[in-house]
Ligand binder design. Structure first.
Ligand SMILES: [Zn+2]
Ligand SMILES: [Zn+2]
Length: 337
């Protein structure tokens, strides 16, 4: 089968490798679509080391073509989306339902061979069956939606909560729509890019969007008080500091964007002075899959509009470059396999 194998940092080759076999409790999946994520790019560039050689890719959907022994819940022909991470099911974190903290798990494309390949083997518990209403390409967006659902399950948005989303990339757009579905009003989208804000209003239900004079505009909308929730989807000190300005006293910031290991100039005094809460959010838990699949199946959230580019496996390196090139206006690039 054809696969994108990382031999060393920046040494990515499209090669012919053996099709893996499904062992006990595993399924063999014909991969059809895999989205490119910043994490893949960091593996490619060597910013994060993996065991070489490694087939990259972890945001993906396909069809079951074979099942190993002990697999009763999936069968040949089932269309599935794959969770990017595995978990052991036996540690204390897993027993508490916190499979996203499992130390015995792994990520596709890092500890396990990933999905920039025609076929991949995954444990059955990592594959979630899709309804007919959702295409395999759209299903790659579930990897984003599930993380947004998890974050919003950790807070308590209710009717007429005010929510500001900082950063209207793929994740921010999912957070925007989910905030509306949870009853928030107003939902305010914030980004430097006008085209992302247009998408936030037109497809994902933002009530207001701003790319300048953000603080003044948000204060005007909230009678000078600030919003109940800020969902920060960028992960930089400037945007986290902006979140502390926009949140109301006693309000909550969801630190959703992945930050660098340390942040130097974070205005931490706001924690005390405004008595705010900061909520972290890491990946997703199991229940976020059925919740997300059901939301999309019932037409409540648009999975397809964030997919801006489609490429072939042979062009994967170009795709990695495109993702970081702002002039490309790439929200989500899907590799069709
Ligand atoms: Zn990812
Ligand atoms: Zn575990």
């Amino acid at each position: 089968m054809k696969a994108a194998v990382l031999k060393a940092p920046k040494d990515l080759r499209i090669e012919d490798v053996p099709v893996p076999e499904a062992g006990y409790g595993e399924v063999l999946i014909r991969v059809r679509a895999t989205a490119i994520c910043g994490t893949d790019v960091s593996f490619y560039e060597g910013k994060t080391e993996v065991d070489y050689p490694r087939i990259l890719g972890h945001e993906s959907a396909g069809e079951v073509v074979d099942t190993g022994e002990g697999v009763k819940t999936l069968k040949k022909g089932d269309r599935v989306v794959m969770s990017p991470t595995s978990y052991c099911g036996y540690c204390l974190d897993c027993m508490e339902g916190n499979t996203n903290f499992c130390k015995n798990g792994g990520l596709l494309g890092r500890e396990l061979d990933g999905t920039y390949a025609e076929y991949v083997v995954v444990p059955k518990k990592m594959a979630f069956k899709l309804p007919e209403s959702i295409s395999l390409e759209e299903a790659t967006t579930f990897i984003v939606l599930t993380t947004a659902v998890y974050a919003q399950r950790k807070i308590n948005i209710f009717a007429n909560s005010s929510v500001a989303i900082i950063g209207e990339g793929s994740a921010g757009l999912m957070q925007t729509r989910l905030s509306k579905l949870n009853g928030a009003d107003p939902v305010i989208g914030i980004s430097r890019s006008q085209w992302k804000l247009d998408l936030a209003e037109e497809k994902y239900g933002a009530d207001y969007t701003f790319n300048e004079n953000v603080e003044e505009n948000v204060m005007e909308l909230t009678d000078g008080r600030g919003v109940d929730y800020v969902i920060e989807c960028v992960g930089k000190s400037a945007t986290l500091n902006q979140a502390t300005e926009l949140v109301r006293p006693g309000g909550t910031i969801v630190a959703f964007g992945i930050t660098p290991p340390t942040i130097d100039d974070f205005k931490s005094y706001a924690l005390y002075y405004k008595d705010i809460n900061i909520v972290g959010s890491r990946a997703m838990q199991l229940i976020d899959w059925p919740i997300s699949i059901d939301l999309a199946d019932r037409g409540k959230i648009d999975l397809g509009s964030i997919i801006t580019h489609r490429i072939s496996l042979d062009d994967l390196k170009k795709g990695f470059e495109m993702l970081n090139d702002r002039s490309q206006k790439a929200l989500r690039i899907v590799v069709e396999i």
